[in-house]
Design a protein around this ligand. Structure first.
Ligand SMILES: [Zn+2]
Length: 272
């Protein structure tokens, strides 16, 4: 099934797909084991940095092979890409979905670049996500004047024909200082004006009740990255300081198990 079709099914059920970033074989396995345990589909995401680190074909192979091995329904998605060249390489390598992020460009330029990617992706039947407004990147703070304007969202979607739209409603990448507050009225307005699949970036650290509320109001994809990195790295650090064990086949599985536990918790909030 195409990702675009799965979005429609989840929208009717008022559920969202979890889009989890992986960084290596171990984090990918943790995500897939969780999806397998709950019998849920999941989006596996890679950023340009992860592709540079793992290698494009190896990264695709890891994601597709592990999910096949465990019988999990996955879609491979390119997260935050600002180069059309890489979008094309990823589509050629078998990605099901791509994000073109021209959110730092002026409105008209964002439309132009997104339109180009929508046109390109048509040949592959791939899903295209764009961003309008600005969800702060790692280390940056929220600026409410960069939140997505509902009328602009409508114009952007009408003009580009994009499948999914990441919107800025108070979430940010990385950890939050204090409890995050989402502008749910803005989300409601955007949902009323457009029929596009709405995406929430910066899902790490957003309380379960807020996530559920946002999903009820129209979010259909929730991205989680920071908590996966954090869980894997911190647990591995703890394990390694407690033991002299050098066999990584004995130390890594505990860290994988904690990623699995985290993703199970997220899936229960978002998809079930
Ligand atoms: Zn993001």
């Amino acid at each position: 099934m195409k990702l675009q079709e799965q979005f429609q099914i989840f929208r009717q059920k008022k559920k969202a797909l979890l889009a989890a970033n992986y960084y290596n074989l171990e984090t990918c396995k943790g995500i897939i084991l969780a999806a397998n345990e709950l019998k849920q589909p999941v989006i596996l995401q890679l950023t340009k940095s992860s592709i540079d680190y793992i290698g494009l074909n190896t990264a695709v192979c890891i994601g597709k092979t592990i999910s096949e091995e465990f019988g999990v329904n996955v879609w491979l998605h390119l997260d935050h890409c600002d180069e059309i060249g890489l979008v094309k390489k990823c589509l050629d390598a078998g990605f099901d979905s791509v994000m073109i992020d021209a959110s730092d460009k002026p409105f008209d330029e964002n439309i132009k670049i997104t339109k180009e990617v929508v046109e390109l992706a048509k040949k592959y039947g791939a899903n295209v996500e764009a961003e309008l407004g600005s969800v702060p990147k790692l280390g940056k703070e929220l600026e409410s004047d960069k939140f997505t304007k509902p009328e602009e969202a409508k114009a952007f979607v009408d003009e580009t024909g994009v499948d999914a739209l990441a919107i800025a409603i108070g979430s940010k990448h990385g950890f939050y200082k204090g409890e995050p507050k989402l502008d749910l009225d803005r989300l409601k307005d955007i949902r009323q004006l457009t029929d596009v699949n709405l995406v929430l970036h910066g899902g790490s650290g957003i309380p379960a009740s807020t996530l559920k509320h946002a999903i009820e109001l129209g979010i259909v994809k929730v991205n989680i990255a920071t908590e996966i990195k954090d869980t894997f790295t911190k647990s591995l650090k703890n394990i390694l300081t407690e033991t002299e064990e050098i066999d990584l086949r004995k130390t890594f599985p505990e860290a994988i198990a904690l990623v699995k536990k985290l993703v199970i918790e997220k899936l229960k909030i978002i998809s079930i």
